[in-house]
Design a protein around this ligand. Structure first.
Ligand code: XMP
Length: 178
């Protein structure tokens, strides 16, 4: 697996340090008391697991499966909610976690839905944000790292289902993609 990586973009130590900083920022912004953390599967799993173990506040975890259609169906820009049930968030403070902010459609759609469902406050956090103009004018409240607009894998992010378990964020060798 590691032989498929052209270069490491963000190493484990940098991720660890940044997660410590992000949790301090979140602790400052959320009022005391329990929050609901909504994790977007599958990409945000690794990020969430490391981030949440740094938090000392009481929290509940919810997971959401969404599918966003880009590329061939980019024009529709649809984000589908795949779960039968939507988490109960009425009146709750919610932290929404995703792996990467790309076009912005996913985070925009899910944050809106959480507000529609009555969440008292929704704050969003992503490990990575691609430095590009977005289909939706959205930025996350907390961003781990800004990166160039290139395809990345590792630390939750996959290529064809693989590489999510790499402990760092990296770029694949050109020969691997195809
Ligand atoms: P949008 O475009 O809605 O999408 O912000 C975010 C989702 O798109 C996927 N994505 C990537 N996955 N490497 C990946 O492995 C990437 O470079 C990448 N860019 C976008 C990802 O599922 C994310 O949640």
């Amino acid at each position: 697996m590691r032989n498929d990586i052209e270069r490491v973009l963000i190493d484990e130590a940098s991720i660890r340090n940044r997660l410590d900083e992000m949790v301090s920022e979140m602790d400052r912004d959320f009022p005391e008391g329990p929050i609901v953390v909504v994790i977007l599967l599958k990409g945000a799993l690794v990020f969430a697991s490391d981030l949440l173990r740094r938090m000392e506040r009481p929290l509940e975890i919810e997971c959401l499966n969404v599918a966003s259609y880009h590329g061939g169906t980019e024009s529709s820009g649809t984000v589908d909610f795949l779960d039968r049930h939507f988490p109960e968030v009425r009146g709750r403070h919610v932290l929404l976690l995703d792996d990467i902010l790309d076009t912005g459609r996913t985070l925009h759609a899910v944050a809106n839905r959480l507000r529609e469902e009555g969440a008292a406050k929704v704050l969003t956090a992503v490990l990575l944000a691609k430095n590009k103009s977005r289909a939706e004018a959205i930025s996350a409240d907390y961003t781990g790292f800004e990166i160039d607009d290139e395809f990345v894998v590792g630390y939750g992010l996959d290529y064809r289902g693989r590489y999510r378990n790499l402990p760092y964020v990296g770029i694949l060798k050109a020969g691997v993609i195809g």
